[in-house]
Design a binder for this molecule. Structure first.
Ligand SMILES: [Zn+2]
Length: 261
């Protein structure tokens, strides 16, 4: 039998039952175990973990737990000032490309609106999502913690909120992405990059694009944008005002949060 003391910090406690949150947990188990398996046996996905200290020293996931170990488990992006400690990834989740699970379509659209590369399709199963995340080094966003417990998934984030507006704030906050927002640069329908449509380019492309614009709009609008993915043409019409408001609300929510701390 092994007997260890383990403690989870900050939002990792979200995964624990109330009785185990923010306190030392004395845990006994049989047989050899890696610290990764031990952490996940508490229901905490390893992708959410950024730093593990055993008796004050940082270890990686493959560390085999010894009797009497004292284990501290810290989440991603926690601002830590622990000298000599090494994070489990040299550069924790700084890649800001996403793949979202099938339940997060509204969040995908909001992330695209802010300019983030957010890969989303309605009909992907868990294997497919895990593969995309691993092969394309995309942060997997999901509300399903089982999905993030797969070995192949090394970049992931459990979205806690169920409200899409709160979800986008949550993701930007946790991954510290406020400064990387670039609204209206990406197509919310297909995730393609949007570029300005330049009449000087002329030719069939330009006239084909203009054919997609209603004559009522052409009579007043002089500036158009086109998605390089799906070919949709965008302009600053009434729909734009609505989206612009949505962007402002998100950015202001972020500013308020930052000012508070
Ligand atoms: Zn598009």
């Amino acid at each position: 039998m092994y007997r260890v003391t383990i403690r989870f910090y900050e939002e990792l406690n979200d995964f624990l039952p109330a009785a185990k949150r923010k306190r030392d947990i004395v845990h006994t188990f049989k047989g050899k175990r890696s610290v990764k398996d031990l952490v996940e046996s508490f229901g905490v996905p390893h992708v959410e973990v950024d730093l593990i200290l055993v008796n004050g020293r940082s270890v990686d996931f493959s560390y085999i737990v010894s009797d009497d170990d004292r284990i501290s488990v810290y989440p991603e992006f926690e601002t830590l000032d622990i000298q000599g400690a090494s994070r489990l990834r040299p550069e924790p989740l700084r890649d800001t490309r996403f793949v979202l699970d099938v339940h997060l379509g509204k969040l995908a659209r909001r992330l695209r609106l802010l300019g983030f590369d957010a890969d989303y399709e309605k009909d992907r199963d868990d294997d497919h999502l895990a593969r995309i995340s691993a092969e394309e080094k995309r942060v997997l966003l999901t509300r399903d913690r089982q999905l993030l417990m797969r070995r192949s998934v090394t970049r992931g984030f459990i979205v806690r909120s169920t409200d899409p507006a709160a979800q986008v704030t949550e993701v930007l906050e946790r991954l510290d992405l406020w400064s990387r927002c670039s609204p209206f640069t990406r197509c919310i329908e297909c995730n393609g990059i949007i570029g300005r449509l330049d009449p000087a380019d002329g030719g069939d492309d330009y006239s084909a694009a203009m054919d997609l614009v209603p004559p009522g709009v052409r009579s007043w609008c002089t500036e158009y944008f086109r998605c390089r993915g799906c070919g949709r043409v965008y302009w600053r019409g009434s729909h734009y005002d609505k989206l612009d408001r949505a962007v402002r609300e998100i950015m202001e929510a972020g500013k308020e949060r930052r000012d508070r701390y």
